[in-house]
Structure formats: structure tokens, C-alpha cells
Design a protein around this ligand. Structure first.
Ligand code: ADP
Ligand code: MG
Length: 240
């Protein structure tokens, strides 16, 4: 699904990603953990070209995203993204938030797109919020809408950047439950998260990032119970 080779990213003098080589297969649920500032968000953002890599190559479904001929809209259709701060359109209703992008890029009619949006709202337990505006929703509801919005494009993989970090504790569960359902349905997901329980129980694979490299990569049980790398152990000792 995703093949990353020799990925480097610098912001001016700041060398953030220092050589990442990774492959992510269809159906994998990858939790990316690691200290703040280690480059986790930058890594995710490179995969859907929200950041331009400085060096290296990224193939998504076999197609090089750096190729000038790669259509960015088509890439973003295939690679969905869910952000920490939801990024819903504040002046659009929930239904409009879900239908806006599909209306632009899908070759379906309005009725069909709205019908699909309603079924996605049902799936995230928010059928009654179609006409609401983002500021009328709780954080947990906003994030569930953001996930439904990502799904409205029929993505082949979804990237999540700390989807529960901005939520009050009592709302974390409802969002993780939706994500767990997606994982169970076989969706390919890459999730930057501080939810170690989720990483351990739902992810099929855990990557630990530190200072711009992935220093540990394995099955959750392997990483959580017998990490090989000292920095991974230190980090886990602090957060578990
Ligand atoms: P993480 O998500 O692991 O906390 P980030 O990928 O957000 O880490 O950031 C890694 C480093 O890159 C940090 O030092 C951050 O300040 C820097 N950085 C991230 N985005 C930018 C940017 N657009 N311009 C300059 N520096 C950035
Ligand atoms: Mg981040």
C-alpha cells in the first residue's frame, strides 16, 4: 500500500526526518508512537503530500507521489487524513462537511453522495447531527464527523494524527471505538497516538520514532514487552 525509501525532510536547517525506509501493507493498522518533536506528524504529512519530502521516495499503491504527473487530488482521495484538531469547515453543516469533497471529485450525483454521507453518519453514531454545525458538537462528536468525512472519499488508507489528543478524557473512548471498528473491517490505518492501550490492543504493528528515525518496529506485544532499543524502553517506562 505504502512504500517509503530513504525519506528525509528538513525545514530549513532543521533536519527532521533522517532516513526512513518502511513498507506498510494493505490491512495493517500501524500505531506510530514516540516523544514530542520526533517527527511523527511530519512523517504522516509526507505520505499525503501535506509536506514535500526533501529526499527519498514514497510510493502509494505503486505510484510515486513525487512524480510531477501524480494528481494530488487523486492521491488525497486514496489517502484520507484525520487531524488532532478535527479541521471541520466551521460554516458548513455536518452533512455539507461530508459531501463537499466527494461532490467535487466523485462522478456521482448529489443524491447518491448524500445518501452515502447519511449512512456514514449512522456508522459513527451521529445520524441526528446531519443539520448541525461544528460549534454545536462536542469534541468527540467532531472527531467522529471528521472520520466520517475521511470515509466519504472511499480512501484506501487513513492517516490519523493524534486523533484523541485534543479530547476531554470522557470522549476518547467513543472515537477509539469508531477507529477500532474500522480496523476490524480491514481498513489500512497509520495512527500517531499516545493511547498506549489502543496501540497495544488494536494495532497490528507498532513503530517507535525518535529523533527522526524509526528505531523500533514490530508486533505490539514484541514492542511493549520486549523492546530491543534502549530509547524505546526508556520512553515506554515513562508512559506506561
Ligand atoms: P511530532 O509530531 O513527533 O511531535 P513534528 O513532526 O510535529 O513532531 O515535528 C518535528 C520537528 O519539526 C519539531 O522540531 C518541529 O518544531 C519541526 N517542524 C514541524 N513542522 C515544521 C514546519 N512546518 N516548519 C518548521 N519546523 C517544523
Ligand atoms: Mg505531532
Amino acid at each position: 500500500m505504502i512504500k517509503i525509501e530513504g525519506l528525509h525532510k528538513s525545514f530549513g536547517e532543521l533536519h527532521v526526518l533522517k532516513g526512513i525506509d518502511k513498507q506498510i501493507d494493505k490491512g495493517e493498522v500501524v500505531a506510530v508512537i514516540g516523544p514530542s518533536g520526533s517527527g511523527k506528524s511530519t512523517f504522516l504529512r509526507c505520505i499525503n503530500k501535506l509536506e514535500e519530502p526533501t529526499k527519498g521516495s514514497i510510493l502509494v499503491e505503486g505510484r510515486d507521489i513525487m512524480e510531477k504527473t501524480t494528481n494530488i487530488n487523486n492521491l488525497r482521495e486514496r489517502v484520507g487524513m484525520v487531524f488532532q484538531h478535527f479541521n471541520l469547515f466551521p460554516h458548513k453543516s455536518v452533512l455539507e462537511n461530508l459531501t463537499l469533497a466527494p461532490m467535487k471529485v466523485k462522478k456521482q450525483g448529489k443524491d447518491e453522495i448524500e445518501k452515502k454521507a447519511m449512512s456514514l453518519l449512522k456508522r459513527v453514531g451521529l445520524s441526528d447531527k446531519a443539520g448541525a454545525y461544528p460549534n454545536q458538537l462536542s469534541g468527540g462528536q467532531k472527531q467522529r464527523i471528521a472520520i466520517a468525512r475521511a470515509l466519504a472519499m472511499d480512501p484506501h488508507v487513513i492517516l490519523f494524527d493524534e486523533p484523541t489528543s485534543a479530547l476531554d478524557p470522557e470522549m476518547v473512548r467513543e472515537v477509539l471505538d469508531v477507529m477500532r471498528d474500522l480496523a476490524d473491517e480491514g481498513m489500512t490505518m497509520v495512527i500517531v497516538t499516545h493511547e498506549m492501550g489502543f496501540a497495544k490492543n488494536v494495532a497490528s504493528r507498532v513503530m517507535f520514532m525518535d529523533e527522526g528515525v524509526v528505531v523500533e518496529d514490530g508486533h505490539p506485544i514484541e514492542v511493549f514487552e520486549s523492546a530491543k532499543n534502549e530509547r524505546t524502553k526508556e520512553f515506554l517506562d515513562k508512559v506506561l
